[in-house]
Design a protein around this ligand. Structure first.
Ligand code: ADP
Ligand code: MG
Length: 697
C-alpha cells in the first residue's frame, strides 16, 4: 500500500494546456502535480453582483468594473512620471483606468484583455478609475467568460511567469477531469459528511474554483479546512497513541505521605484552578495509562507549586522525579524554591548545575543512577546528555514552548516511560493549543492567585522617553529595581546587540550615573550571564539593561518597573511575558512601552495596555498578526501548517476533526485496516509535511 499513487500525483506537465516549458514556470510557483493545481485555490473572490456598469460611475465612488481593453499605452507627463492607461469598455460605456508610475503594466495588460479593476473614481480630464487591484480575467478572443461563474470573479495567486489568465485557462481546461479524480480520494462517508455538515471533496473544490456565490466559497473552504485539521490530528493522535497507549505506564499510588504535609505547610490556599488541574494530573498519574499532559498557565498563575505536588506523588510512590528548565538561572530558581518547600519534609533536591566540579558531578550522577537522589532539577541537558535514572517516574518540563516539536517528542523517549508534564507560560487560545498540541492532553490554569495587582502599563512615543526614565528613577529611589529591555531580532542580532551595549553605556553615563547598572544579553558566556543575574537578585544592581533573554521565568520580586524599547516590534504575547517579570512582589508595578510606528502599531499596544489576561492577549495576537507569532518554532519554512483553516473561526471544526482522528486511531493506530488505507495513503500524498514535522513519516 505504501507505493500507492493517485492519478492526481501525476506531474503538472501532463495537464492540458501545460507542456514542458510551462510546467517549469508552474514549478517555480510551487505547483508540481495535478493535485497542486487543484488545490491552488483563488486568493480573491469578487462578488460580481457588486460590479457596476461603467456608465454609472461617478467621481468619488469606489468602483468595481469589468471591461474589455479598447486601447492601452503609456502616457508621459511633464514631471517625468509615466502613467499606464487602459480604456475599459463594457455594454454600458467606457472609462479610463490609470496607474501612475507603473509603466511596466504595459506588458501585463493588452488591448483585447478582459480586466477586472477595483479602486476609486477620480476626476482627471474626466472620470478615471485608479485601480488598487486588477486582474486580467481573459485574453483577447477567448471564449472564456473571464472566470465568472454565477456571480463571483475569482483571482488566483499568480506570478510574472504564470499570469492570472494562464492559471485560469489551465484550470478551466482541466477542472472537470480533476474533480472526477479527486472524487476517488473522498475518505468521508455520506453519513460523515451529513454529521459534520460538510460537502464532498469534488463539491468543495468545484465551489472554490467556480463558485456560484460567496456562500459556496465558504462551504468549500470549510471542507478543505476540515481535511487539513483532520490529517494533522491523525498524525498527532498517532504520536499520542505511541507515547501513551502503546507503552506501559506507571500507576502511581497516592499515600499522601508527602502530599499532605506539603499541603499543610503552604502559606497560601490553592486557587480553584490549581485544585482542578491537580485533580486532572493525579487522575492521569494514578491510572495505569501514561500521562503526557500540557499545563498552560499565565505568568504567575502558580505552575511551580502544581509541579511540586505532581513530583511528590511520584516520590511517595517510590519513583524519582525530574524538573527541567530551559536556562540555568531558571533551573536554579526552581531548585531553591523546591528546597525551601520540600527539605523541611525530608525531601532532598539535587541540582545538577552546569558549574559542578567533575567529582561533584560524578557523585550526583551516581546517586541518580542508584536511585538515592529522589528529585533532580536541571536544564534540558539532563535529558540530552542521557543522565541515567534508577526509577524515573515523572518528568516535568518548564517553559516548553521554547522547544520545537521534535525536542518535545524526544522527552517522552525516556527509558522506563516516565509520565510527562510540560508547562507553558505562553497562554494560547484553545483552538491553537489543540492544533499545535493535539498529541497532548491539556490542563488550564486560568486563574491567578488572589490579591495580585495588575501591572500598570504606559505608552510613550520616543520623544517622551525622558518621562519613562523619570518613572524608573522614582522606583529606584524607592529602593526598588528596574529593567530596560531591547528587542533582539535574529536577522540583525549584531546590530541590536550593539544598540543594547551602546544604550547601556549611555544610560550608565548620562541618564543614571548615580545608579548601579548591569547588562545582560544572549551572547554573554553562560557564567557571566549567571553572575549578572545573581547580582540583580542580590540587589547589587539597580537597573538591568537586557535583551529578551530575561523573558523566561526570572523571579525578582523587588523589580517593580520595566521599560521596553521598540515595543512595536514584539508580539503581544511576548510583551505579556516580559511584563510578567514585574509585579511579582505584591505592590504597585509599572511597564513602560516606548514605541514607534503608525496608528495600527499603537492600537495594538493599546489592546495590550488594557488587557492583563494572557489568554485574551494571545487571542488578540492571533487575530491581529495571525498564528505565525504564536506558532513560533513550529512554523517551519515558508509553508504554513494550516492553509485553509482559520483558528479564530474553525474551533468547532477543529474539535470535530480531533474527535474523529482520535477515535480512528484508537480503533486502528497504524491505519492498516482496508477501510483506513485510503486515509493512510492520503496522509502521505497530501500531508507528508505533517508526518515529517512529527518525525513519524
Ligand atoms: P508561574 O506559573 O509563572 O510559574 P509561579 O509558580 O512562579 O508562577 O508562582 C508565582 C508566585 O505565586 C510564587 O511566588 C508562588 O509561590 C505564588 N503562588 C502560587 N500559588 C499561589 C496561591 N494559590 N496563592 C498565593 N500565591 C501563590
Ligand atoms: Mg514558572
Amino acid at each position: 500500500m505504501e507505493g500507492v499513487s493517485f492519478p492526481l500525483d501525476r506531474p503538472i506537465q501532463f495537464l492540458r494546456g501545460v507542456g514542458p516549458r510551462r510546467a517549469e514556470a508552474f514549478q517555480r510557483l510551487g505547483l508540481l502535480s495535478a493535485r497542486d493545481l487543484l488545490y491552488h485555490i483563488p486568493r480573491r473572490y469578487d462578488d460580481a453582483s457588486t460590479v457596476q456598469p461603467i456608465r454609472s460611475l461617478e467621481v468619488g465612488m469606489e468602483a468595481t468594473v469589468v471591461g474589455r481593453v479598447r486601447s492601452a499605452g503609456i502616457l508621459p507627463t511633464r514631471s517625468g512620471l509615466r502613467i499606464f492607461q487602459a480604456v475599459l469598455q463594457d455594454e454600458s460605456g467606457m472609462i479610463t483606468c490609470a496607474w501612475p508610475g507603473q509603466p511596466w503594466l504595459e506588458k501585463r495588460i493588452r488591448k483585447g484583455d478582459l480586466v477586472l479593476a477595483v479602486g476609486p473614481v477620480r476626476f482627471f480630464h474626466g472620470r478615471q478609475v485608479h485601480p488598487r487591484e486588477f486582474t486580467v480575467l481573459a485574453r483577447e478572443g477567448e471564449e472564456d467568460d473571464g472566470g465568472r461563474t454565477g456571480t463571483v470573479f475569482v483571482s488566483y495567486p499568480a506570478a510574472e511567469e504564470v499570469p492570472q489568465w494562464v492559471l485560469r485557462r489551465v484550470v478551466a481546461l482541466n477542472l472537470d477531469r480533476l474533480l472526477e479524480e479527486v472524487a476517488q480520494e473522498e475518505f468521508l462517508s455520506d453519513e460523515d459528511l451529513r454529521n459534520l455538515g460538510l460537502c464532498s471533496l469534488p463539491e468543495a473544490l468545484a465551489a472554490l474554483h467556480r463558485p456560484q456565490d460567496l456562500q459556496e466559497v465558504e462551504k468549500g473552504r470549510r471542507r478543505l479546512a476540515f481535511d487539513e485539521l483532520f490529517f494533522l490530528q491523525v498524525v498527532q493522535a498517532q504520536v499520542r497513541f505511541r507515547q501513551t497507549q502503546a507503552v506501559p505506564g506507571i500507576a502511581f499510588a497516592r499515600t499522601n505521605r508527602l502530599i499532605r504535609p506539603f499541603h499543610a505547610s503552604l502559606p497560601f490556599r490553592l486557587t480553584e484552578a490549581q485544585a482542578r488541574v491537580l485533580r486532572e494530573i493525579y487522575d492521569d498519574m494514578t491510572s495505569p495509562r501514561r500521562m503526557n499532559r500540557l499545563l498552560q498557565g499565565d505568568v504567575g498563575s502558580g505552575k511551580t507549586v502544581v509541579a511540586a505536588f505532581a513530583l511528590l506523588l511520584a516520590l511517595e510512590s517510590g519513583y524519582q522525579g525530574a524538573l527541567m528548565a530551559p536556562t540555568e538561572i531558571l533551573a536554579e530558581q526552581h531548585a531553591s524554591k523546591l528546597r525551601r518547600w520540600l527539605e523541611p519534609l525530608g525531601v532532598e533536591v539535587v541540582f545538577l548545575r552546569g558549574g559542578m566540579t567533575p567529582a561533584e558531578r560524578r557523585s550526583a550522577l551516581q546517586r541518580i543512577a542508584e536511585g538515592t537522589a529522589p528529585l533532580v532539577v536541571g536544564t534540558h541537558a539532563l535529558i540530552q546528555e542521557g543522565v541515567t535514572f534508577a526509577r524515573l517516574g515523572l518528568v516535568v518540563v518548564d517553559e516548553q514552548h521554547r522547544f520545537g516539536v521534535r525536542q518535545r517528542l524526544a522527552l517522552a523517549e525516556q527509558p522506563g516511560n516516565p509520565d510527562v508534564l510540560v508547562m507553558s507560560a505562553t497562554p494560547i487560545p484553545r483552538s491553537l493549543a489543540m492544533a499545535l498540541y493535539g498529541d497532548l492532553d491539556l490542563s488550564l490554569l486560568d486563574e491567578l492567585p488572589p490579591g495580585r495587582q495588575p501591572v500598570e502599563t504606559l505608552l510613550f512615543p520616543p520623544a517622551r522617553r525622558a518621562e519613562a526614565y523619570r518613572i524608573l528613577e522614582e522606583e529606584m529611589a524607592g529602593g526598588h529595581q528596574a529593567y530596560v529591555v531591547y528587542p533582539l531580532v535574529e536577522e540583525s542580532e549584531k546590530v541590536d546587540l550593539l544598540s543594547a551595549k551602546e544604550e547601556f553605556r549611555r544610560l550608565a553615563e548620562e541618564v543614571f550615573p548615580h545608579r548601579r547598572l548591569g547588562l545582560l544579553h544572549g551572547q554573554l558566556p553562560p557564567a557571566e550571564k549567571e553572575a549578572v543575574m545573581r547580582a540583580f537578585l542580590a540587589r547589587e544592581i539597580d537597573l538591568l539593561v537586557a535583551t529578551t533573554v530575561i523573558e523566561v521565568g526570572i523571579d525578582v520580586p523587588n523589580a517593580t518597573a520595566m521599560l521596553i524599547e521598540h515595543a512595536e516590534r514584539f508580539g503581544l504575547s511576548q510583551l505579556h511575558q516580559l511584563r510578567g517579570r514585574v509585579g511579582r512582589g505584591g505592590g504597585r508595578s509599572r511597564c513602560l512601552l516606548v514605541a514607534e510606528g503608525g496608528e495600527a502599531a499603537w492600537n495594538r499596544l493599546r489592546v495590550f495596555q488594557q488587557t492583563h489576561d494572557g489568554f485574551a492577549i494571545a487571542k488578540a495576537d492571533l487575530e491581529l498578526r495571525g498564528p505565525g507569532d504564536l506558532f513560533g518554532t513550529q512554523q517551519h519554512g515558508r509553508d504554513p501548517i494550516l492553509r485553509y483553516a482559520d483558528l479564530g473561526r474553525d474551533e468547532l471544526l477543529l474539535a470535530q476533526a480531533q474527535e474523529k482522528a482520535r477515535s480512528l486511531v484508537a480503533q486502528d493506530p497504524e491505519l492498516t485496516e482496508p477501510a483506513h488505507r485510503q486515509i493512510r495513503a492520503l496522509l502521505r500524498a497530501r500531508h507528508g509535511e505533517k508526518l515529517r514535522l512529527y518525525g513519524v513519516g
